[in-house]
Design a protein around this ligand. Structure first.
Ligand code: NAP
Ligand code: GDP
Length: 331
């Protein structure tokens, strides 16, 4: 019989790539999806990867404990990947309560459902480098103290510690991946890499002339999502649960990343980017750079895609999307 995995957040960027990865490995993949009034757009990312009809979508909500208990029972999953969250930092200041409920308490709900229904399953929690926030060490690893700088990061810190606590309290196989920023053509349009690559594509095709950004000096350790979902799976294949930093080990400023995108399209960034002070955050995470040595040593994992290759792939994908939309509108 195939191995069974349950993914919360399967309609998001990571969920879609992870589902594709697990299907490739022969898993039966179940996904938790929220009912939506815009059902025609649900599963767009799964469709983009050509796997929508290969996954089993079960309706529920991370905030509704009863629904996720039912989903655990229906899936009989051996591996549970908790990726669902309100994941956008800026929105977490506008919706701090909701962010706390979904991103923090949602993890407790998932752990409780698993403890009651599938205590032998293995659990992955999507922790975040945002938890390092106001960095306490120049390069961050598993031993670096956390200092969250947004309601999102505070919520992720709770979810991280509650996962560690369930592991220690109940002996559950629960691991946290402290993932640094990872991107792809399926990244949400509100995140800076995708906002830039989408903006560059629009400018190149004459659909826009300017791109407004916030803090160009912020630096992030960016990698490709394809690599990062492999790390999630590797964590759950280990005999003992543990926590791992997953990062490329290289940091790039928003300015340098944007320049890569403009240059890839044959454009000059200076001709199109405007800084909008309204986009600067109330508290910023200035610089993140992770040390993935533990993941390399124990999981045999490392990032394989450079930020340059990833940004080029994203620009090309956005150019294709906008060109296709324009062709469709003209037809
Ligand atoms: P994403 O694209 O924003 O996806 C979030 C997913 O969560 C969506 O499928 C969303 O469903 C679902 N969701 C939100 N609220 C829910 C609820 N109440 N019940 C059930 N599902 C709900 O995020 P991502 O980039 O794939 O990231 C995956 C996870 O990794 C997140 O937890 C994120 O915080 C974390 N993380 C991401 C990064 C990164 O760089 N991408 C880095 C570190 C950690 P809908 O489609 O219905 O909205
Ligand atoms: P985050 O690291 O999870 O918050 O990922 P984002 O992609 O949202 O932001 C990465 C960095 O880019 C942060 O330091 C932002 O302040 C910075 N940034 C600069 N301009 C923008 C912008 O227009 N949108 C977003 N989302 N971030 C921006």
């Amino acid at each position: 019989m195939n191995r069974r995995a349950l993914i919360t957040g399967i309609t998001g960027q990571d969920g879609a790539y992870l589902a594709a990865f697990l299907l490739e490995k022969g898993y039966e993949v179940f996904g938790l999806v929220r009912r939506s009034g815009s059902a025609e757009f649900m599963g767009e990312r799964l469709k983009w990867l050509g796997i929508l009809d290969q996954v089993r979508l079960l309706d529920g909500d991370l905030l509704d404990l009863g629904s996720i208990i039912r989903i655990c029972r229906e899936s009989q999953a051996e591996e549970i990947y908790n990726l669902a969250a309100q994941s956008f930092v800026t929105s977490s200041w506008r919706q701090p309560h909701l962010t706390g409920e979904v991103t923090a308490l949602g993890a407790t709900n998932m752990l409780e459902a698993m403890r009651l229904e599938l205590p032998q399953a293995r659990f992955y929690q999507a922790s975040s480098s945002e938890m390092y926030g106001l960095i306490q060490q120049p390069v961050q690893d598993e031993a670096t103290p956390f200092y969250p700088r947004s309601p999102y990061a505070v919520a992720k810190l709770y979810a991280h510690w509650v996962t560690v606590n369930y592991r220690e309290s109940f002996g559950m196989h629960a691991s946290c991946g402290i993932l640094f920023n990872h991107e792809s053509p399926l990244r949400g349009i509100e995140f800076v890499t995708r906002k830039v690559t989408d903006g560059v594509a629009r400018i190149k095709l004459g659909l826009a002339d300017t791109l407004r950004l916030g803090n160009l000096d912020a630096e992030r350790d960016w990698g490709h999502t394809r690599d990062y979902v492999r790390a999630m799976w590797l964590m759950l294949q280990q005999e003992a649960p543990d926590d791992y930093v997953i990062a490329s080990g290289r940091t790039t400023s928003v300015r340098a990343m944007a320049r890569m995108a403009f240059e890839h399209a044959g454009l000059r960034m200076e001709d199109h980017v405007e800084v909008d002070p309204g986009l600067v955050r109330p508290a910023e995470v200035e610089r993140l750079i992770g040390n993935p040595a533990k993941a390399r040593a124990r999981l045999g994992w490392e990032a394989t895609t450079s930020v340059e290759a990833m940004i080029s792939e994203m620009v090309d994908a956005d150019l294709r999307r906008h060109s296709a939309a324009r062709a469709h509108a003209c037809a």
